[in-house]
Ligand binder design. Structure first.
Ligand code: SF4
Length: 300
Protein backbone atom coordinates (compact mmCIF):
# COMPACT_ATOMS: atom_id res chain seq x y z
CA UNK A 1 0.00 0.00 0.00
CA UNK A 2 1.33 3.44 -0.93
CA UNK A 3 2.39 5.53 2.06
CA UNK A 4 1.68 9.23 2.38
CA UNK A 5 4.97 9.81 4.18
CA UNK A 6 6.81 8.44 1.12
CA UNK A 7 4.83 10.56 -1.35
CA UNK A 8 7.13 11.89 -4.08
CA UNK A 9 7.47 15.66 -3.98
CA UNK A 10 6.98 15.92 -7.73
CA UNK A 11 3.34 14.79 -7.50
CA UNK A 12 0.77 17.48 -8.22
CA UNK A 13 -0.95 18.47 -4.96
CA UNK A 14 -4.18 16.54 -4.48
CA UNK A 15 -5.60 13.17 -3.47
CA UNK A 16 -3.70 10.86 -5.86
CA UNK A 17 0.02 10.33 -5.43
CA UNK A 18 2.89 8.01 -6.32
CA UNK A 19 5.27 7.06 -3.51
CA UNK A 20 8.96 6.20 -3.46
CA UNK A 21 8.34 2.46 -3.94
CA UNK A 22 7.59 3.10 -7.65
CA UNK A 23 9.75 0.92 -9.94
CA UNK A 24 9.11 3.17 -12.97
CA UNK A 25 7.50 0.38 -15.00
CA UNK A 26 5.22 2.88 -16.77
CA UNK A 27 2.07 0.81 -16.41
CA UNK A 28 0.09 3.67 -14.84
CA UNK A 29 1.15 5.99 -17.67
CA UNK A 30 -0.09 3.50 -20.26
CA UNK A 31 -3.43 3.16 -18.49
CA UNK A 32 -3.94 6.82 -17.65
CA UNK A 33 -1.56 9.19 -19.45
CA UNK A 34 -3.84 12.14 -18.70
CA UNK A 35 -2.87 12.01 -15.03
CA UNK A 36 0.36 10.01 -14.70
CA UNK A 37 3.73 10.82 -16.24
CA UNK A 38 7.33 9.65 -15.96
CA UNK A 39 10.37 11.60 -14.82
CA UNK A 40 12.92 9.05 -16.04
CA UNK A 41 13.34 7.66 -12.52
CA UNK A 42 9.77 7.18 -11.41
CA UNK A 43 6.21 7.98 -12.29
CA UNK A 44 4.17 10.75 -10.71
CA UNK A 45 0.78 12.42 -10.82
CA UNK A 46 1.14 15.38 -13.19
CA UNK A 47 -2.56 16.34 -13.13
CA UNK A 48 -5.11 15.40 -10.51
CA UNK A 49 -8.24 13.76 -11.93
CA UNK A 50 -11.36 15.88 -11.49
CA UNK A 51 -14.43 14.32 -13.12
CA UNK A 52 -15.74 10.95 -11.97
CA UNK A 53 -14.67 9.45 -15.29
CA UNK A 54 -11.12 10.69 -14.74
CA UNK A 55 -11.11 9.42 -11.16
CA UNK A 56 -12.22 5.98 -12.39
CA UNK A 57 -9.32 5.86 -14.85
CA UNK A 58 -6.79 6.89 -12.18
CA UNK A 59 -8.23 4.21 -9.89
CA UNK A 60 -7.65 1.59 -12.61
CA UNK A 61 -3.98 2.59 -12.67
CA UNK A 62 -3.92 2.41 -8.87
CA UNK A 63 -5.32 -1.13 -8.78
CA UNK A 64 -3.02 -2.28 -11.60
CA UNK A 65 0.26 -0.96 -10.12
CA UNK A 66 2.50 -4.02 -9.55
CA UNK A 67 4.02 -2.64 -6.33
CA UNK A 68 1.04 -0.68 -4.96
CA UNK A 69 2.96 2.59 -5.24
CA UNK A 70 -0.11 4.68 -6.06
CA UNK A 71 -2.12 6.10 -3.19
CA UNK A 72 -5.45 7.86 -2.79
CA UNK A 73 -7.83 8.45 0.14
CA UNK A 74 -10.18 5.65 1.11
CA UNK A 75 -13.21 7.67 0.01
CA UNK A 76 -11.83 7.23 -3.54
CA UNK A 77 -10.27 3.75 -3.38
CA UNK A 78 -13.53 2.37 -1.98
CA UNK A 79 -15.16 3.31 -5.29
CA UNK A 80 -13.31 0.59 -7.20
CA UNK A 81 -13.39 -3.15 -6.78
CA UNK A 82 -10.19 -5.19 -6.85
CA UNK A 83 -11.82 -7.56 -9.31
CA UNK A 84 -12.32 -4.87 -11.97
CA UNK A 85 -10.02 -6.73 -14.39
CA UNK A 86 -10.11 -8.02 -17.08
CA UNK A 87 -11.40 -5.08 -19.10
CA UNK A 88 -12.61 -5.44 -22.67
CA UNK A 89 -10.48 -3.68 -25.28
CA UNK A 90 -12.29 -4.69 -28.43
CA UNK A 91 -14.73 -7.16 -29.92
CA UNK A 92 -13.10 -8.69 -32.99
CA UNK A 93 -14.69 -11.17 -35.38
CA UNK A 94 -12.15 -13.74 -34.10
CA UNK A 95 -12.87 -13.12 -30.42
CA UNK A 96 -13.16 -10.58 -27.66
CA UNK A 97 -9.90 -9.10 -26.41
CA UNK A 98 -9.37 -8.02 -22.80
CA UNK A 99 -6.63 -6.26 -20.86
CA UNK A 100 -5.86 -8.45 -17.84
CA UNK A 101 -4.46 -5.88 -15.42
CA UNK A 102 -2.58 -7.35 -12.42
CA UNK A 103 0.74 -6.44 -14.00
CA UNK A 104 3.66 -8.13 -12.31
CA UNK A 105 6.88 -6.77 -10.87
CA UNK A 106 8.51 -9.94 -12.29
CA UNK A 107 7.78 -8.73 -15.83
CA UNK A 108 8.41 -5.08 -14.93
CA UNK A 109 4.74 -4.23 -15.15
CA UNK A 110 4.19 -5.74 -18.62
CA UNK A 111 0.66 -5.90 -20.01
CA UNK A 112 -1.03 -9.23 -20.59
CA UNK A 113 -4.09 -9.85 -22.73
CA UNK A 114 -6.87 -12.41 -22.90
CA UNK A 115 -8.54 -13.53 -26.13
CA UNK A 116 -11.97 -14.97 -25.45
CA UNK A 117 -13.08 -17.09 -28.37
CA UNK A 118 -15.11 -20.15 -29.29
CA UNK A 119 -11.81 -21.83 -30.20
CA UNK A 120 -10.76 -21.61 -26.53
CA UNK A 121 -9.42 -18.67 -24.57
CA UNK A 122 -5.80 -17.63 -24.99
CA UNK A 123 -3.70 -15.68 -22.50
CA UNK A 124 -0.99 -13.55 -24.10
CA UNK A 125 1.85 -13.22 -21.59
CA UNK A 126 1.37 -13.72 -17.91
CA UNK A 127 -0.16 -11.33 -15.39
CA UNK A 128 0.66 -11.49 -11.71
CA UNK A 129 -1.11 -14.43 -10.10
CA UNK A 130 -4.42 -13.25 -8.68
CA UNK A 131 -7.18 -15.50 -7.36
CA UNK A 132 -9.65 -12.67 -8.13
CA UNK A 133 -8.57 -12.50 -11.77
CA UNK A 134 -8.49 -16.30 -12.02
CA UNK A 135 -12.09 -16.47 -10.80
CA UNK A 136 -13.19 -13.93 -13.41
CA UNK A 137 -11.34 -15.79 -16.17
CA UNK A 138 -12.85 -19.08 -15.02
CA UNK A 139 -16.30 -17.52 -15.41
CA UNK A 140 -15.28 -16.48 -18.93
CA UNK A 141 -14.37 -20.03 -19.92
CA UNK A 142 -10.87 -20.46 -18.48
CA UNK A 143 -7.62 -20.53 -20.45
CA UNK A 144 -6.78 -23.24 -22.99
CA UNK A 145 -3.52 -21.78 -24.34
CA UNK A 146 -0.91 -19.32 -23.09
CA UNK A 147 1.47 -17.54 -25.46
CA UNK A 148 4.68 -16.23 -23.94
CA UNK A 149 5.99 -13.62 -26.37
CA UNK A 150 9.50 -13.60 -24.91
CA UNK A 151 11.58 -14.39 -21.87
CA UNK A 152 10.93 -11.13 -19.95
CA UNK A 153 7.16 -11.34 -19.64
CA UNK A 154 6.55 -14.87 -18.31
CA UNK A 155 5.82 -13.65 -14.72
CA UNK A 156 3.60 -16.20 -12.92
CA UNK A 157 3.02 -18.45 -15.96
CA UNK A 158 3.45 -21.63 -13.88
CA UNK A 159 0.65 -20.67 -11.49
CA UNK A 160 -1.71 -19.80 -14.35
CA UNK A 161 -0.84 -23.00 -16.24
CA UNK A 162 -1.43 -25.10 -13.12
CA UNK A 163 -4.74 -23.42 -12.34
CA UNK A 164 -6.13 -23.80 -15.87
CA UNK A 165 -4.18 -26.79 -17.18
CA UNK A 166 -3.39 -24.78 -20.30
CA UNK A 167 -0.73 -25.38 -22.96
CA UNK A 168 2.08 -22.85 -23.03
CA UNK A 169 3.90 -21.70 -26.19
CA UNK A 170 7.33 -20.08 -26.11
CA UNK A 171 10.17 -19.97 -28.63
CA UNK A 172 12.99 -22.39 -27.87
CA UNK A 173 15.53 -19.53 -27.88
CA UNK A 174 13.82 -18.02 -24.82
CA UNK A 175 12.67 -21.30 -23.29
CA UNK A 176 15.02 -21.15 -20.31
CA UNK A 177 12.56 -18.57 -18.90
CA UNK A 178 9.76 -21.17 -18.98
CA UNK A 179 11.37 -24.60 -19.47
CA UNK A 180 8.17 -26.39 -18.44
CA UNK A 181 6.27 -24.91 -21.40
CA UNK A 182 4.42 -27.61 -23.32
CA UNK A 183 5.37 -26.24 -26.77
CA UNK A 184 8.89 -25.04 -27.55
CA UNK A 185 8.80 -23.42 -30.99
CA UNK A 186 11.77 -23.59 -33.31
CA UNK A 187 12.87 -21.81 -36.48
CA UNK A 188 11.40 -18.77 -38.19
CA UNK A 189 8.23 -20.08 -39.80
CA UNK A 190 4.81 -18.70 -38.92
CA UNK A 191 3.06 -21.13 -36.58
CA UNK A 192 -0.76 -21.30 -36.52
CA UNK A 193 -1.94 -22.39 -33.08
CA UNK A 194 -5.65 -22.17 -33.90
CA UNK A 195 -7.82 -21.23 -36.89
CA UNK A 196 -7.50 -17.50 -36.18
CA UNK A 197 -4.31 -17.13 -34.16
CA UNK A 198 -0.77 -17.45 -35.47
CA UNK A 199 2.62 -16.85 -33.95
CA UNK A 200 5.34 -15.06 -35.92
CA UNK A 201 8.94 -15.39 -34.73
CA UNK A 202 10.41 -11.86 -34.53
CA UNK A 203 13.90 -12.24 -33.03
CA UNK A 204 15.69 -9.08 -32.01
CA UNK A 205 14.55 -7.72 -28.64
CA UNK A 206 15.42 -11.24 -27.44
CA UNK A 207 16.53 -14.22 -29.52
CA UNK A 208 13.19 -15.94 -28.99
CA UNK A 209 10.80 -12.99 -29.32
CA UNK A 210 7.58 -13.65 -31.16
CA UNK A 211 4.36 -11.79 -31.86
CA UNK A 212 0.84 -13.20 -31.95
CA UNK A 213 -1.53 -12.25 -34.77
CA UNK A 214 -5.29 -12.57 -34.37
CA UNK A 215 -7.57 -12.69 -37.42
CA UNK A 216 -7.10 -12.32 -41.16
CA UNK A 217 -8.52 -8.84 -41.74
CA UNK A 218 -8.26 -5.83 -39.43
CA UNK A 219 -5.93 -7.94 -37.36
CA UNK A 220 -4.85 -7.58 -33.77
CA UNK A 221 -1.11 -7.77 -33.13
CA UNK A 222 0.13 -8.75 -29.67
CA UNK A 223 3.64 -7.41 -30.07
CA UNK A 224 5.40 -8.19 -26.79
CA UNK A 225 8.35 -5.80 -26.60
CA UNK A 226 8.98 -5.86 -30.36
CA UNK A 227 6.95 -2.71 -31.11
CA UNK A 228 4.82 -0.23 -29.23
CA UNK A 229 3.12 3.12 -29.71
CA UNK A 230 4.36 6.53 -28.59
CA UNK A 231 1.23 8.72 -28.30
CA UNK A 232 3.00 12.06 -27.83
CA UNK A 233 5.03 11.66 -31.03
CA UNK A 234 2.34 9.59 -32.77
CA UNK A 235 4.86 7.02 -33.96
CA UNK A 236 5.47 3.34 -33.53
CA UNK A 237 8.64 2.50 -31.65
CA UNK A 238 11.10 -0.32 -32.29
CA UNK A 239 13.70 0.42 -29.66
CA UNK A 240 17.42 -0.06 -30.03
CA UNK A 241 17.85 1.09 -26.43
CA UNK A 242 15.64 -1.74 -25.23
CA UNK A 243 16.97 -4.33 -27.69
CA UNK A 244 18.65 -6.95 -25.50
CA UNK A 245 19.83 -9.32 -28.25
CA UNK A 246 20.41 -8.16 -31.85
CA UNK A 247 19.27 -4.85 -33.35
CA UNK A 248 19.85 -5.72 -37.02
CA UNK A 249 17.84 -8.92 -36.54
CA UNK A 250 15.11 -6.88 -34.88
CA UNK A 251 14.89 -4.58 -37.88
CA UNK A 252 14.56 -7.62 -40.17
CA UNK A 253 11.80 -8.87 -37.91
CA UNK A 254 10.02 -5.50 -38.08
CA UNK A 255 10.09 -5.65 -41.90
CA UNK A 256 8.31 -9.00 -41.80
CA UNK A 257 5.21 -7.26 -40.45
CA UNK A 258 4.81 -4.63 -43.19
CA UNK A 259 2.18 -6.57 -45.15
CA UNK A 260 -0.19 -7.00 -42.23
CA UNK A 261 -3.55 -5.29 -41.87
CA UNK A 262 -3.34 -4.24 -38.22
CA UNK A 263 -6.19 -2.52 -36.47
CA UNK A 264 -4.93 -2.88 -32.88
CA UNK A 265 -1.35 -2.95 -31.63
CA UNK A 266 -1.34 -4.42 -28.12
CA UNK A 267 2.21 -4.49 -26.70
CA UNK A 268 3.78 -5.86 -23.52
CA UNK A 269 5.31 -2.51 -22.63
CA UNK A 270 4.41 0.87 -24.05
CA UNK A 271 1.12 2.20 -25.30
CA UNK A 272 -1.50 0.28 -27.25
CA UNK A 273 -2.87 1.90 -30.40
CA UNK A 274 -5.77 1.57 -32.82
CA UNK A 275 -5.00 2.17 -36.51
CA UNK A 276 -7.36 3.29 -39.20
CA UNK A 277 -7.45 1.31 -42.44
CA UNK A 278 -4.15 1.76 -44.30
CA UNK A 279 -2.30 3.50 -41.45
CA UNK A 280 -0.34 0.46 -40.31
CA UNK A 281 1.96 0.13 -43.32
CA UNK A 282 2.67 3.88 -43.36
CA UNK A 283 3.43 3.97 -39.63
CA UNK A 284 5.66 0.89 -39.76
CA UNK A 285 7.52 2.19 -42.84
CA UNK A 286 8.22 5.44 -40.95
CA UNK A 287 9.48 3.47 -37.96
CA UNK A 288 11.82 1.46 -40.17
CA UNK A 289 13.10 4.51 -42.02
CA UNK A 290 13.79 6.29 -38.75
CA UNK A 291 15.32 3.26 -37.03
CA UNK A 292 17.61 2.47 -39.96
CA UNK A 293 18.85 6.04 -40.22
CA UNK A 294 19.21 6.80 -36.53
CA UNK A 295 21.66 5.69 -33.90
CA UNK A 296 19.04 6.18 -31.23
CA UNK A 297 15.60 4.80 -32.05
CA UNK A 298 14.10 6.66 -29.08
CA UNK A 299 15.13 10.06 -30.38
CA UNK A 300 11.77 10.61 -32.07
S1 SF4 B 1 2.43 1.43 -12.17
FE1 SF4 B 1 3.26 1.73 -10.11
S2 SF4 B 1 5.40 1.02 -10.23
FE2 SF4 B 1 4.68 1.27 -12.31
S3 SF4 B 1 5.31 3.34 -12.87
FE3 SF4 B 1 3.21 3.52 -12.09
S4 SF4 B 1 3.43 3.95 -9.92
FE4 SF4 B 1 5.41 3.22 -10.63
Amino acid sequence: MARKKDRLKINKAGPFFVDSSCIDCGSCVHIDPEHFGQTGNSSYVHTQPSSQKEINQALLALVDCPVAAIGAPKRLTSQISNDIFPIMVTKHSSGEVYYCGWSSKLSFGASSWLIRSSEGNVLIDSPRWSALLARKIEEMGGISKMVLTHRDDVADHSKWAKAFNCERFIHKEDADAAPEAEHLLTGMNVIPISKNLKLIPTPGHTAGSLVALLGNKQQILFSGDHLWWNPSKKVMIASKDYCWWNWSEQLKSVKKLLDLDIEWLLPGHGHAHRFKKGEWEIALSQTLMHAESSEDSLSY
